[in-house]
Ligand binder design. Sequence first.
Ligand code: UTP
Length: 470
Amino acid sequence: MIIPPALAATIASADQTPVLRFWDRLDPRGQSRLLAQLEAVRWDELGALRRLALQPPTASVAAPDSTTAVTPPCHLLGNPQNGTAVAEAIVAGQQALTQGRVGAILVAGGQGTRLGCRGPKGLYQVGPLSGATLFEVLLGKLRAVRRRYGKDVPLAIMTSSATDADTKAYLAATDCCGLDPRHLFTFQQQDLPALDAATGNLLLDAPDHVAMAPDGHGGMLTALAASGGLEWFAARGTEHLMSFQVDNPLAMPLHPEFIGCHILAHADISTQVVRKTDPAERVGVVVSIAGRTHVIEYSDLPATVAAERLGDGGLRFHAGSIAVHGFTRAFLERVAARHDALPLHLAHKAVPHLDATGTLIKPKVPNAIKFERFIFDLMPLADTVCVVEIAAEEGFAPLKNPVGSAADAPEHVRAALLRRAHHLLSRAGVSVREGVEVELDPASILDEQDIAAVLPHGSVIDSPQVVRQP
Ligand code: UTP
């Protein structure tokens, strides 16, 4: 097989001919595989990516300090001292759920490299007793909402080249974890090439394959629009879209008070935060700079600024972003039409690649640049952003790292699910004998009201079990 001359010329003028160095050694199947990938490369964008990769690193937003940035006002979930009354927000949220005006977007395209699991992270089992997967837990919550409010919540799941086939096979094998497939939509984000940090060249991770990576959770915006997902939501009457990530089984994107605050504030975007108390916590912070809201990544926040404290002893920048957002569909439609809505962020990563002799190198230190878009970069484009602070033990237990890590490991996530269950049980007046592990079935237990339907106030649980409604 020969390389089509026009493509060969494009590759040469982009100064990327090393990508063809093993061409003559490939069998016809390998040649077609590489050719298909090279034909899909957006060569016009590649030059810009290369320039970005080779220029000295810069932060996308100037590092905030106390003269330019403030923490925006936060609605404290469940706290009666809020400007917006809690009860009023809950009613508004419940009404929107009952009327079917709320949809959800689950981003599940990440490669889960730190966790090191085989296959999509969504298939990772986190249920402490049940062994339920992240997908079962998170999709289960939508079943519990349907049961409570009598309406399906349309759900769009974003996959990537790394997770698409396995996620679809899993959904088919599990009957969509009990959700009605008519209200489930999957769409795939784009890949972007990883570039050699020293030369800006494409990297091969096999003789017939260019190293690529998903374009970040911000890839959601263009992928949702390009796949017809926004029309799919519109056809279902969905006005508000709550987005969440596959690696946080405690996520509560459909909490009625959160939805209600978003609606009552007429916000383009709403976002959940947890109160940061330790400056070293690895979460970005929500700040307001010149009247616009931004999320500053923890790596872009100078340590001295992160550690600044206010008179009451709390951190000045305490609104830790947990990537649970609400958007109006109208806002997403507006920004999806812009090409410049989301900037590219560069990440130095260790990317396995072939050297000039064809030997696979697995670097221990970063050798390549990956490009990602972050969905929170939409915040400065929003006229109104509503920030809702939740308690971390209620809604944030991310799974990032392998067993035995200091934080965000499977054992921490399971412990957080158990603690949450104990807390809800005690709020429902149910006690649990010391040392007994109890899990709540996410598909039938949303809160203490659902617990009360199966366990009367005053009950005692004395053996390990999963509490569920029939
Ligand atoms: P992370 O940024 O933590 O990435 O994703 P990850 O893939 O889970 O893990 P590492 O960094 O490779 O170890 C946070 C959330 O955003 C989604 C992930 O699936 C996860 O829900 N995500 C991330 C995407 O959907 N697409 C991406 O390109 C990146």
